[in-house]
Design a protein around this ligand. Sequence first.
Ligand SMILES: Cc1ncc(COP(=O)(O)O)c(C=O)c1O
Length: 395
Amino acid sequence: MAQCWVEVDLEKVRANFRALQVLVGSQTSLIAVVKANAYGLGAPEVGRVLAGEGARYLAVTRVEEGLQLREAAIQAPILLMSPAPTEDLEAAIAHDLTLCLSTPEEVQLSADEARRQGRKARCGLKINTGMNRFGVRPEQSVERAQQIVAQPELSLETCWTHFADAGEARPFLTQVQFGRFNALIGPLQRATQLEARDFHCANSSALLRFASMRLSCVRTGTLLFGQFPNGAATEEGRRQGLQLADPFAVRARVLSLQRVEKDESVGYGGEWKAPVESVLATLGIGFADGLSLSPEARDEGSFALARKNSARAARDVMLGLKGLAGAANVPAGRRAWWSDAQGREHQAPIVGRIAMQCCHVDVTHLPDVRVGDALRLFQRRTSTGSHMERRYLNR
Ligand SMILES: Cc1ncc(COP(=O)(O)O)c(C=O)c1O
C-alpha cells in the first residue's frame, strides 16, 4: 500500500478546458501546455484528455516529452517550444513533432534530416520579441519564414512568441512584445501559406489580462490545471467569471501516532518542542517526494498557533470545533488536511523538520485520526516527485 500518492481528477481538467474555451470563444483555439509532466499531473493521461477535448496542439519543451506522448498513442499535433538538440532531431521528425525553429542552421539541419527520412517535417517559427531565450529576431522573421517554406521537406504550420512579463504586477515588456509580433502577422502571412489562426503569443496571464492578445489561438497550462498564475490574473479571471477546479491532491498516510509530553521535541534537530502534551501523526511523505523544505519548518504547533491568533480560535481548537480554521498564519505549505467521517476537512500544522520520506503533523485537536488515514497536503505541483503514483479519477 502506497504511503503517499497524487490524486488527479481528470473531470476537473476537462471542466477547466471547457471553461477556458467558453471564455475565449469558439473562434479561438487552445494549445494545451503539458510540459514538465503536465505541470506534475502526468502528461500521458492529461494529454490524452486535453487532446480529446480538442486542444489544437499539446505543447512541450523537450523532445523526450513529445515522445512520451507518442508512446502513449496520442496522435494529436505536438508543438515543441524549445529547439531540439541535433541528436534528437531524428526522433522528433520521425514522431511527427512540430519543431521549434529560429536559426538558419536549425532550418537546414531539419530539412536535411527530413529528406534523409523521406518525410515532411512539421515546423513552427519561434520569434524572439523580447524574452531573449531563443527565437529569430523580428526583423529577420520574414526571411527565416521564407527559408523554411522554400524547403520542400519542411512544412511551416505556426509562428509564435512568448511574453517575458505578462504575469508581473506592472508588465513593461508585454505590450511592446505584442506590438512587435502583431506587426509581423501580415508580412508573415504574405510570405507563407499561414492563416491568422496560426499565430499565437498569449499564455495564461496574458489571455486573462489582455484579451486582444488572444488573437485566435492561446497557449495555456496553469489555468488548465486549476490555478491562476498570479494575483493580477486571479483578479481578472474572477472579474470575467472564470471558475477553475483544482484537479490535484497530494495524499500521505499516517504511519504512526505518537503522544509526546510537554517540552519533548520531535524529529531531526529537535527543532519543534511540544508546547503542551500533544499527539503527533507521522506521515509517510518528505522532501524526497517534493514536500517543501522551507525554513518555515519551525511551526509552533496547533495550540500555540491558535493562541497567537485569538483566544476564540484557541478555544475552538481546544474544543475540536474548528481544527485550525483560525490559524491563518500557518502557510498552506505547512498544513495538512484530515477528512472526518462526514467528509469535512480539518487542518493540522506540519511541525518540526521535514525529513526525506516522512514528516510530523500535530493532530492533538483531532482525536479521531487513526493510523492508515490519508491526509491531504499542499505541494508545488511541478516539484512533486514524478516517482509518486498518480491515481486518476474520472478517466
Ligand atoms: C512558451 C510557453 N508558452 C506558454 C506557456 C504556458 O504558460 P502558463 O502556464 O502561464 O499558461 C509556457 C509555460 O511556461 C511557455 O513556456
